[in-house]
Design a protein around this ligand. Structure first.
Ligand code: GLP
Length: 260
């Protein structure tokens, strides 16, 4: 695991966007795994800006999102379909035929999940999976106790996650209980995992995921088993880590060709 600590979320988001842009430039038909939530929003802003100002070309890029709420139409403002449209897809030249999110309105959930996995495989797998982390250590919507080798499937949200996500729904009571999410095994198949976490609210989850034991009770800890997992943090999210001096030294002494 590579841990990179930036002074604030702006610098961290710029670095994340630079890494994604570098991939898209070297591999114009890259497959990106995307995440929702507040955390990746500034990274998406930077990517839109790179598209606008430097012509970063997304026309051959394919995207797969991690998850979606069950029972929400893609037009529902709190759906992840809508979030992705507003925060990124409407601002770049992505081909809508190459954009995939789980279908929250599916009437045959096992089949929808199977087909999502098949589509992912047919696209050649994910080159880079962008990730946020839940305050309880979840990835996508893989709540604590999720199988560490799970695939795309239905999950039930914990009360804590429903509370964390209540603002988008105007209150906890309106947050769906069920979701479709890529599994931890699906996420682990990505060739690179790029986890972003900002703010003190994420410090405990990050400390457990990065320096704690690998455990289904902290789903993000499975990234310790990934051959190329990069964790980009701001100072506050890094504040619960014990080995920050080492992480900083490693990053500061990387050869320049390895830095971005
Ligand atoms: C939701 C999403 C996750 C996201 C998490 C954290 O649970 N399914 O993918 O990482 O929220 O959200 P935020 O970035 O808003 O803290």
């Amino acid at each position: 695991m590579e841990v990179i600590i930036k002074p604030d979320s702006h610098a961290a988001s710029r670095l994340a966007a630079r890494k994604i842009a570098a991939l898209v430039r070297t591999k114009p038909d890259a497959v990106l795994g995307l995440a929702t939530g507040q955390t990746p929003l500034e990274t998406y802003d930077r990517l839109s800006e790179l598209h606008r100002t430097e012509g970063l070309d997304f026309s051959r890029v394919t995207t797969f999102n991690l998850d979606e709420y069950l029972g929400l139409e893609p037009s529902h403002p709190a759906s992840f379909h809508a979030c992705m449209r507003t925060s990124l897809f409407s601002k770049i030249n992505i081909d809508p035929a190459r954009v995939f999110l789980p279908d929250g309105m599916s009437e045959d959930i096992p089949r929808t999940c199977r087909e999502y996995e098949e589509r992912l495989r047919a696209a050649g797998g994910i080159d880079l999976q962008l990730l946020g982390i839940g305050s309880d250590g979840h990835l996508g919507f893989n709540e604590p106790s999720s199988s560490l080798s799970s695939r795309t499937r239905i999950k039930t949200l914990t009360d804590r996650t429903r509370k964390d996500n209540a603002a988008a729904f105007g209150g906890e009571d309106n947050v769906p209980h069920h979701v479709i999410t890529m599994g931890l095994g699906t996420i682990m198949d990505a060739r690179t995992c790029l986890l972003l976490a900002f703010g003190r609210k994420k410090a405990a989850a990050i400390a457990q995921a990065v320096e704690g034991p690998v455990s289904a009770m902290v789903p993000a800890s499975i990234l310790q088993m990934h051959p190329r997992a990069i964790v980009i943090l701001d100072e506050e999210a890094a504040s619960g880590l014990k080995r920050t001096e080492y992480y900083r030294w490693v990053y500061d002494h990387k050869p320049s060709w390895q830095k971005d």
